[in-house]
Design a protein around this ligand. Sequence first.
Ligand code: FE2
Length: 281
Amino acid sequence: MSYSKIKVRPVAGSLGAIVEHVDLRESLDDATYAEIKQALLENMVIFFRDQKISPDQQITFGKRFGDLHIHPFIPALEGHDEIIKLKAETGEQEMLRLANSWHEDLSYTNDPPLAAILRAVRVPSRGGDTMWVNLCKAYDTLSEPMKEIVAGLSAWHDVTKTYRRQELQRKGGPEQYWGTFTKTPPTLHPLVKTHPETGRKLLYVSELTTTHIEGLHEFESNALLDMLFRHIDWKELHCRFYWEQDSIAMWDNRCTAHYAVRDYTEPREMHRVTVLGEVFN
Ligand SMILES: [Fe+2]
C-alpha cells in the first residue's frame, strides 16, 4: 500500500518500520489511523520518535485500535489503570521476569492481545534495546516436513515457567507461585496459528512461557521446542530498536515475539498500553 498521510521507512529485511510525519498528541483523523493500522499489519512492529505524549494521550491513541487490557499482576501507573509501568534500576533488576527471552505478551492467557504500545519514559545512556521476530516468516522458513509435524500440535503456555528455583525455595515462594498459577492457569495454543487480519500462518511459541507440547513424550516435546526456540532465534528473522526518550514501539502481538536485551546498568522506565483483539487460532 502507498501512504499519503504518513511516511513509512522499513528498518530491517524481515519486519519493522519507522513511521514519520505524525504527531500522536493530536487525535488521529480516520485516514491517518487507517494508514498507521496498515503500516502495523505490513511491518508487524512500527516505531515513532520524539513523541512527547501524556499518559492520557497514550491511552487515547491505544483506544483507537481497540479496547485496552488491564494486566492481572503487573502494577499500573498511578491513576491510569490501562498503563502498566515497567521500571528497572538496572537490567539485572528488570521487573518483568526474564523478558530477555522470546515471548508474545500474555500468551499464557486464552486471548492474547492484538497489540502493545510501549513508550520510553526514561532510557539508559546505552543498552536496553528491544528485538522482535517475525513469526510468519518463522513459519514460512520451516522445512516442509517440519511444517507437517507442527501442523496438528498444540503447546501449553504457563506464566509460572518464569519462576526460578531460588524464588520457590524462599519463604512465601510456593504461595506466590500458587497464587500466580491459580490467577492465570496454563493455556493451550496451536503451534501454528492463522493471523486473523492478514490470513498468514505463523509459528506460535514463547521461549518464556511455552512448557510442553500436548500429546508428546517429554523428551520429544523438549527436543521439538528446543529446535523451534532456536529457529525463532535466527537473526535473519529479527529487527532491533534503539530507544531514545519519547520513542514509541507498537507491535502486532499476534505475529511477533519480542526480546528485551538486558545489557544496561542505568534506570529505565517504559509505559505500555495493551490493545485487546479477537481470539484466534
Ligand atoms: Fe513483553
